[in-house]
Ligand binder design. Sequence first.
Ligand code: ADP
Ligand code: MN
Ligand code: MN
Ligand code: MN
Length: 368
Amino acid sequence: MSLTEQTAILQKYLDLDQRGAVIAEYVWIDGSGNTRSKGRTLKGKITSVDQLPEWNFDGSSTGQAPGHDSDVYLKPVAFYPDPFRKGDNVIVLAECWNNDGTPNKFNHRHEAAKLFEAHKDAEVWFGLEQEYTLFDHEDHVYAWPKGGFPAPQGPYYCGVGAGKVYARDLIEAHYRACLYAGITISGINAEVMPSQWEFQVGPCTGIAMGDELWMARYLLARVAEEFGIKISLHPKPLKGDWNGAGCHTNVSTKAMRQPGGMKHIEEAIQKLSKRHAEHIRLYGADNDMRLTGRHETASMSTFSSGVANRGASIRIPRSVSKEGYGYFEDRRPASNIDPYLVTGIICETVCGAIDDADMTKEYERESA
Ligand code: ADP
Ligand code: MN
Ligand code: MN
Ligand code: MN
């Protein structure tokens, strides 16, 4: 059967009336930094998150629970219009909880949310730059010559034209899917290494940053599935003279965004400099392969900051320095971060620790 014929058959069923039922696709974060999802039928249009029932799954199949106590509970925290099923159908983001009433060890949202709630008057905004790499079915970098390498880096960043840019159709489809779902996607660009791309989400306030980035990653995996392309979030997918992949984290508080804000930006950088090692532990696995001091990165062992300096841990954009207020960019986080860990510890460091949350302990909880 041809693809056209198959599409026509599927379309007959997609056109059927759902008779008032809504399909909710529940998404969660598994034990290896990927998303998983499953669907269920609900009655009627969803207008608030408390209309969404709790659910559960077999955590022993996702590396999130032992076989003898395998139920992991899904607590809905946000929902988005579903760009695949459309209509009143929704995609639901859920936190994972254990049977004994404790957050699952890969649920880092719970602690981070406490920090953002305690510091809500600071109005912390984030903007994340998610870099990622495309691979084909045989695990070759997508569209690279088989058994060889493309010409060295140079023409690919924001590249235009055949041989300089790959999979623009996939990137465009993902961009539109994010807009449909109400994700605060602020842009896209082709990266320095061919078949490496970036999308930006933000500014988003507090916990919504992690929620929206995870949802944007889920949408990317789903769209790429249709194109038969694999998405890698590894920070150094290819050894050698090829750029790694990061997740630059742009940060501001209300005070930083107002005239005179530079003083607050400098204070924040001062605080970050004292906890470099603690931050690095939460800034992604294999980040040592990326933070070498080359390829527009700072070395992992030292903390540095500077205006317009893409070789520093923290960069103050030139425009921010000129105006005297705005935001700063933490360039250390890797592409494979859990954004809840990174935004959570930045909030803790910049706005102050609270008694009932400790982001540093989250690392130990996950590795326990
Ligand atoms: P770069 O020049 O580092 O490539 P990008 O344009 O890719 O920067 O990304 C900048 C990010 O900063 C965007 O996600 C944007 O939403 C975010 N951003 C802009 N202003 C602020 C702010 N005041 N606070 C936090 N994030 C911000
Ligand atoms: Mn960028
Ligand atoms: Mn980039
Ligand atoms: Mn950046």
